[in-house]
Ligand binder design. Sequence first.
Ligand code: G3H
Ligand code: 13P
Ligand code: ZN
Length: 343
Amino acid sequence: MSLASMRQILDEAAKGGYGVGAFNINNMEQIQAIMEAARETKSPVIIQASRGARGYTNDRFLYHLMIAATELYPEIPVALHQDHGNSPETCKSAVDMGFTSVMIDGSLEEDGKTPSSFEYNVRVTRKVVEIAHKRGATVEGELGCLGGIEDGHGAGADAMAYLTDPDQAVEFVELTGIDALAVAIGTSHGAYKFSRKPDSAILDMDRIIEIHRRLLKTYLVMHGSSSVPKELQDIINAYGGKLKPTWGVPIEEIQLGIRNGVRKINVDTDSRLAITGAIRKYMSEHPEGFDLRSYLTPAREAMKRVVAKRMVSFGQAGHAGDYDPIPLSVMAQRYSKGELKGE
Ligand code: G3H
Ligand code: 13P
Ligand code: ZN
């Protein structure tokens, strides 16, 4: 089976009324954890790599690991997505390398920190749509900015400062022709999203409902959607870690989003927490150990457990066998005939 188009995965999710987790990866063990979770829960899935991940893995290693995943798990539709592309050049290099989907994050300038103008965002996003759709690849854009800069993509400390404007969202989708729209509703990347369990004052789910009401056919994307479970924080802290108390996005809020047009849910931090906790635990209990397989095996298993749970909660579980991936060449024809227009 070849890598699947993210657009096709999201089209199917929309038909079935479920969401699909997009899980970040940086190495082989993370890809294995996601594919095992997908097999166990029979889920289609999106695997995504940030620019940092592409640099860390080297594109060619990453690409061939993903091809190995399609060979070893032929029953799982899996898309390879560029997370937070900062420029048309980054997105083009991803498509050239075989990514089936790209995000152009034109809400920030190329530095990944400075909020950009609407005009700049439209210009770079349109350019990426032109490049990617010709090749059958999917495009995610972003309007509004996430908070936090702890991991290099965000507009600063205040996550409520640059929320997505629903009217502007309609204009943005019309002007760019994107397949999916990432929206800013108060979340941030990383572990420190909220200093208390979020309510509507700090997590604006009504905004998603409003955007969906106006853009029924555009797939919405929730970034910064790790739930940062207390039990994962506790494992890290029990074995020498020093995480400060923190809250993530509750699963019920994500499920409310899914009932209101959210089709892609980005999760990275929960995987990082699961892996780190398992490695800390092993190291602390086996101070004499030094075989990397002895700690990477439980780490991979811990990530698999958290990913499998998310797949069930998002509703993608059980849907891997619903369809066969359409080749990107066919998707390219559909885009050129205007068959895949959103709103
Ligand atoms: O967008 C945020 C993801 O968690 C990726 O983070 O740039 O550290 O790989 P990263
Ligand atoms: P988290 O940091 O909440 O996992 O968000 C990941 C993300 O949005 C990647 O684009
Ligand atoms: Zn993100």
